[in-house]
Design a protein around this ligand. Structure first.
Ligand code: SAM
Length: 261
């Protein structure tokens, strides 16, 4: 890696632990006619392993200084695109590739973990699965279960689309330079028979409202909605308006929202 100056501001902590890289690729079953999108290939530590799938591969890297490390990966199925992933039109990228399933596999730049995940979901491109290295603390938040202190809006939002699983934690010593947080790899798998609401934007606004003031209960946070209807649904789940949103499952949120119509 020589004299390369890592940019802390771009979350440049490169993976150097081969065992971790192998565990990441072992956690997904990508076929040759599938497409992988990698965000932030850096010097190609993960890219090298993703190439073993022989699938289509599109990597988005904001820092052109790593071009010399990534050039060798390019071929008829692999393209490295030097662009801020948050500015990319994902639909445009995938539209001309005749792939079967789309996977997102990345060791994410942690400073934009949530914007990246939200961007992918908002693009409406169908993603079969994601395997993402994130900050350990964030992994706990994303994969939390109702009733735990980490459970929040983002948990419900992701649960609407995906089954979430924290696969394993990764010690900070697996990275160069060593960051000051531990990490974890999470897996998001598209739900096969997911419950669907009619107006997703309104639904997520409702969920956001429920979590608005962390210390307030549902009665306070949802006062602008019909509380009688909400209370009826809560009763079925052994909950009450005095409870906080962190106890409410996705199914209960959906039922409450549908009852308001
Ligand atoms: N994949 C490499 C690895 O595992 O060693 C590098 C991972 S490093 C944690 C995150 C990478 O994301 C860095 O290479 C950084 O330059 C890149 N990055 C940061 N912000 C980005 C953005 N907005 N769009 C695309 N890449 C970005």
């Amino acid at each position: 890696m020589g004299e390369f100056k890592h940019k802390h501001s771009l979350g440049q902590n490169f993976l150097k632990d081969r065992k971790v890289l192998i565990k990441i690729i072992d956690s997904v079953d990508v076929k040759e006619d599938d497409l992988i999108i990698e965000i932030g290939p850096g010097q190609g530590a993960l890219t090298k392993y993703l190439k073993l799938f022989h699938s289509y591969l599109r990597c988005f890297e904001i820092d052109e200084r790593v071009r010399k490390y990534l050039n060798t990966f390019e071929d008829e199925k692999t393209e490295i695109i030097y662009q801020d992933f948050l500015q990319v039109d994902i639909n445009e990228v995938v539209k001309d590739i005749k792939y079967n399933k789309l996977y997102i596999i990345a060791n994410l730049p942690y400073y934009i973990t949530t914007p990246i995940i939200e961007k992918i979901i908002n693009s409406k491109v169908e993603v079969e699965g994601m395997v993402l290295m994130v900050q350990d603390e964030v992994a706990d938040r994303l994969c939390a279960i109702p009733g735990s202190k980490n459970y929040g809006y983002i948990t419900v939002y992701l649960n609407y689309y995906f089954n979430l699983e924290k696969l394993f934690t990764v010690d900070r010593s697996s990275f160069e330079p060593v960051p000051n947080v531990d990490s974890a790899v999470i897996k998001l798998s598209l739900k096969e028979n997911r419950l669907i609401v009619n107006d997703e934007d309104k639904f997520f606004e409702f969920v956001k409202d429920a979590f608005k003031m962390k210390r307030k209960n549902l009665k306070n946070n949802l006062r602008k909605y019909d509380l009688d209807k909400i209370n009826n649904v809560l009763g079925k789940y052994n909950l009450a308006l005095q409870d906080r949103a962190e106890k409410v499952s996705l199914e209960c949120f959906i039922e409450m929202f549908n009852s308001l119509k």
